[in-house]
Design a binder for this molecule. Structure first.
Ligand code: OOG
Ligand code: MG
Length: 261
């Protein structure tokens, strides 16, 4: 276990890297024995730091929940992070990439909770029951580490590379269709760059939400009603450049479009 002082000082490094949009050497280069639990301690210290500046937590994210994402990042287990209020974007505004280091976009099916979800032993059915609606979403991830390269402890400390969250306008009941069978087409500047189905994420995206609720229970946290929950990218994340427009179109759930400058 690391000391609260070290957790806070490493969180402050990540915070500075994010604010300056300047990449950082991965933490494990200097602290090679950091564990996943240490990573979560650093992440919570960072969450507290952002909270002290007025940001609130509006939801949570699971990451590395699809084979595509696990293979791309070389890490074979899911992770989680928090969604800060100042990372929510709107489709009506172009995203300023100069505030980010090396942003990448990934398509996700977002869950908006109508009721608290508290583990342990949350099931897929319990997730669907507690969900007010699902929405087409794009997550912009932006590792604070050089070369977008990290170990498990590093990426956990870095709040699972969280940077921006964008939801499309449409809301659909979680039980209106089988979310595992929902197809998705990912387009960059009008060209198809990837396709996937909901089942790419742990067999069903609600499984990722259940995993997250159960994992949070280990530290006596939960997903409160009203939370936005991002279950994880359905396919690999795609780098963004100024002038790009990236769009994820989902069967039944609608479309979400992000323009960048
Ligand atoms: C880690 C964040 C993963 C997802 O949806 O899999 C993530 C990364 O790939 O940098 O958000
Ligand atoms: Mg993601």
């Amino acid at each position: 276990m690391i000391s609260p002082q070290l957790a806070l000082s490493l969180a402050a490094h990540l915070d500075t890297a994010e604010q300056r949009a300047a990449e950082l050497e991965r933490l494990t280069a200097q602290h090679s024995d950091l564990s996943a639990e240490d990573g979560y301690d650093i992440q919570r210290a960072w969450r507290a730091l952002k909270g002290s500046r007025g940001a609130t937590v509006v939801g949570a994210k699971a990451g590395l929940t699809s084979r595509a994402k696990q293979e791309a990042m070389g890490i074979r287990e899911p992770i989680y992070g928090f969604i800060a209020s100042d990372t929510l974007c709107s489709q009506s505004e172009s995203l300023d990439l100069s505030a980010l280091i090396h942003p990448r976009a990934e398509p996700e099916i977002a869950f908006v909770l109508g009721r608290d979800l508290r583990g342990p032993s949350v099931t897929l059915e319990m997730v669907l029951d507690a969900t007010e609606s699902v929405a087409p979403a794009i997550e912009v991830i932006d590792s604070r580490y050089q070369g977008f390269s990290f170990t498990l402890a590093d990426v956990i400390a870095d709040n699972a590379s969280a940077a921006r969250v964008l939801l499309g306008d449409q809301r659909t009941a979680a039980n209106a269709c089988d979310l595992g069978l929902v197809g998705m087409v990912f387009q960059l500047n009008g060209e198809i760059i990837d396709t996937a189905a909901g089942a790419a994420v742990l067999g069903h995206p609600a499984n990722a939400v259940a995993w997250l609720a159960n994992k949070l229970a280990e530290v006596e946290e939960w997903l409160p009603a009203g939370s936005i929950v991002m279950p994880g990218g359905m396919c690999g994340a795609h780098p963004l450049a100024p002038g790009d427009t990236i769009m994820a179109s989902f069967d039944r759930l609608g479309t979400v479009t992000l323009a960048c400058h």
